[in-house]
Design a protein around this ligand. Structure first.
Ligand code: PMV
Length: 365
């Protein structure tokens, strides 16, 4: 057997939920208590890039995240590896003399290197991009031919929100009804060209790792928050329908109202959890205390602005961390928003280029 190495690289962007997933009905399979809807970001700015290498000379599966080796022994990585290996197919590259039969994949080990081009675990859904990319790239190298729905249900077992990063554009994760999770998959509602006037600005107010992981936070909310039950059963089902309509019709007013309301209800569920979870602040560190104010102030800035204009200009949403995700209807409002943010929260360093990643030309609008 020749000592060959086969490699594949993939890239997956992160996604931002506008109707949040919070709470599992099955922890092992990662089945949610409600549907959720997200926007997948542009891959240039917030994405994971993963390279998988396979070689008969590798004695075990190994993984590096941002250059540091991490353990693959966790149940979630193992579920994804197992599910992809199960669906692996024959692969042949005559020129390189590589011929892998589907049953060989069980014995072949992988080396995986993944990079995030944004802060890991700061509430920017790094696990969504990471696990989607993990599954997608493994599937690519192992010649898996399953459709995206099936891939999404494998990514879901790595990290719930990852199932939505399999697609671009607007994506819905259908909670499903079955106990085995086979119908808990993501579907694309509209592709990335559908509503491409929207501009998403992420105010990274802290790149510190969050203190309460979404896994333990969700578990505590499911066990203790009466609001979570009400939200999942009564509020989200009709909100999801309204959000789908808003997206279909490019109805920004409705989109913005639903997005802000859902973010606020998700954080209300966190507060309703015992002990309460505060994702928008962190009182244990002085530095992050300032961030708390920033998060709350960004909400009040946007609320005041939307109120004074009579119709929403910008939507805000916060995940399990203090960073604000702001969605503007078009470039013009995005440029105005950026100026407001920089005016009210001036960065210490006046060299803006060191703060802005992505399309800097927006400041000129
Ligand atoms: O997929 P997880 O375990 O990282 O959970 C993500 C939960 C939220 O980001 C807060 C909401 C969502 O729907 O993405």
């Amino acid at each position: 057997e020749g000592q060959w190495v086969l490699m594949a690289t993939g890239r997956s962007p992160t996604n931002i939920a506008v109707i949040k997933y919070w709470g599992k009905r099955d922890e092992a399979l990662i089945l949610p208590v409600n549907d959720s809807i997200s926007v997948t970001l542009d891959p240039d700015h917030l994405s994971a890039t993963t390279t998988v290498a396979v070689s008969p000379s590798f004695p075990s599966d190994r993984m590096w995240l941002n250059g540091k080796e991490i353990s693959l022994s966790g149940g979630r990585f193992q579920s994804c590896l197992r599910e992809i290996r199960k669906r692996a197919r024959d692969f042949e590259d005559e020129k390189k003399g590589i011929n892998i039969k589907r049953e060989d994949w069980e014995k072949l080990h992988v080396h995986i290197a993944s990079y995030n081009n944004f802060p890991t675990a700061a509430g920017l859904a790094s696990s969504a991009a990471g696990l989607a990319c993990f599954v997608f790239t493994l599937g690519k190298i192992m010649n898996v031919k399953e459709d995206y729905g099936e891939l999404s249900s494998i990514a879901r077992q790595g990290s719930g929100s990852a199932c939505r990063s399999i697609y671009g554009g607007f994506v819905k994760w259908c909670m499903g009804k079955k106990d085995d999770g086979s119908d808990s998959i993501a579907v694309q509602l509209a592709d990335e060209t559908h509503w491409n006037d929207l501009v998403i600005i992420i105010a990274v107010v802290s790149s510190k790792q969050k203190e309460t992981s979404s896994t333990s936070g969700m578990r505590d909310s499911v066990e203790t928050s009466p609001l979570l039950q009400y939200r999942a059963q009564t509020v989200v089902p009709s909100r999801v329908l309204k959000m789908e309509e808003a997206i279909k019709n490019h109805d920004f007013e409705s989109f913005a109202k639903l997005t802000c309301a859902d973010s606020n209800q998700f954080h209300a569920v966190c507060l309703d959890t015992s002990p309460p979870i505060f994702y928008m602040n962190d009182t244990s560190h002085r530095y992050v205390l300032a961030v708390h104010w920033l998060g709350i102030l960004i909400i009040s800035l946007v609320e005041k602005w939307n109120h004074s204009e009579g119709t929403p200009q910008v939507a805000y949403t916060f995940d399990a961390g203090p960073n604000a995700v702001l969605i503007a209807q078009n470039r013009k409002t995005a440029a105005l928003l950026l100026r407001k943010l920089l005016y009210y929260f001036p960065p210490e360093d006046k060299d803006l280029s060191s703060y802005l990643v992505g399309d800097k030309s927006i400041l000129g609008d």
